[in-house]
Design a binder for this molecule. Structure first.
Ligand code: MG
Length: 204
C-alpha cells in the first residue's frame, strides 16, 4: 500500500508556510513503515529539533482504480480517519532550500498517525463537510472543515489515478489547515472528527 499526502490544500496553511498555492494537486509519499495506527507514543526523534504536527483528514481507498473520472471518484472510498502528518520541519526546510526531496522529513517511523477509520454513513456527513480539530495539551491548535480544501477529495483521486493505480488500502492524507506548529516531549495531542474524540497521542 502507499500513503499519498497532499501539499498545501488549504489556503491559510499555504499562507503560514509563505508558499504559493499549487496550480494543481501536488503530492508526496510516505512509506508504510511511517504508520502509527494504534496511536502509540511518538518518541521525539534525535534527528530533528523542530517536530511539527499537521492534522489531516485521511481517506482510505477501497477499490482498485486507474484514470478515475471525478464524477466516479466517490465510489472508491467509504471511510475516513483523522491523521497527523508529522514533519521534521527543520529537515524539510533544508531539503527545500537545497532543491532536494523531502522524504526523510516526512517519512520517518511514526510520522503517519491514524485514528480508527469511520464510514461516512456512520458520520452522517458528506466527504466535503467534515469538521476536524487538533488540540495540544487541551488547547485547540488546528481546526478545519474539508469544505475549505482547494482540491476536493474527488479531484485528488482523479488526479492521482491519472499517474498511478490506486489500490485497496491506499491512504490519502488530504492536507492540513492553518495552525501547524511544534510539539515538545510531554505533550498530548488529541483530535476530533465531526465532534467525536478519535485520536490521542503522547510525545515522549
Ligand atoms: Mg501535510
Amino acid at each position: 500500500m502507499k500513503i499519498l499526502c497532499v501539499v498545501r490544500n488549504y489556503a491559510p496553511h499555504a499562507g503560514e508556510m509563505q508558499a504559493p498555492v499549487p496550480a494543481e494537486p501536488t503530492f508526496f509519499l510516505k512509506p508504510d513503515s511511517a504508520l502509527n495506527p494504534k496511536q502509540l507514543p511518538l518518541f521525539y526523534p534525535d534527528f530533528t529539533h523542530d517536530l511539527q504536527h499537521e492534522a489531516e483528514v485521511v481517506v482510505r481507498i477501497d477499490r482498485l482504480g486507474k484514470c478515475i473520472e471525478p464524477g466516479f471518484a466517490h465510489k472508491y472510498y467509504n471511510s475516513v480517519a483523522l491523521g497527523i502528518d508529522f514533519t521534521a520541519r527543520d529537515l524539510q526546510r533544508q531539503a527545500k532550500a537545497a532543491g532536494l526531496p523531502w522524504l526523510v522529513s516526512k517519512g520517518f517511523d511514526g510520522s503517519a498517525v491514524l485514528s480508527p477509520f469511520v464510514s461516512l454513513e456512520e458520520l452522517g456527513r458528506p466527504i466535503d463537510n467534515l469538521d476536524f480539530t487538533l488540540s495540544r495539551n487541551g488547547q485547540t491548535v488546528q481546526q478545519g472543515n474539508t469544505s475549505q480544501m482547494i482540491f476536493s477529495v474527488d479531484t485528488l483521486i482523479a488526479h492521482i489515478s491519472r499517474y498511478m493505480t490506486l489500490r485497496t488500502g491506499d491512504l490519502i492524507f488530504t492536507g492540513t489547515p492553518a495552525g501547524v506548529g511544534p510539539v515538545q516531549i510531554g505533550d498530548r495531542l488529541e483530535g476530533t472528527l465531526c465532534g467525536r474524540p478519535v485520536l490521542s497521542l503522547d510525545i515522549k
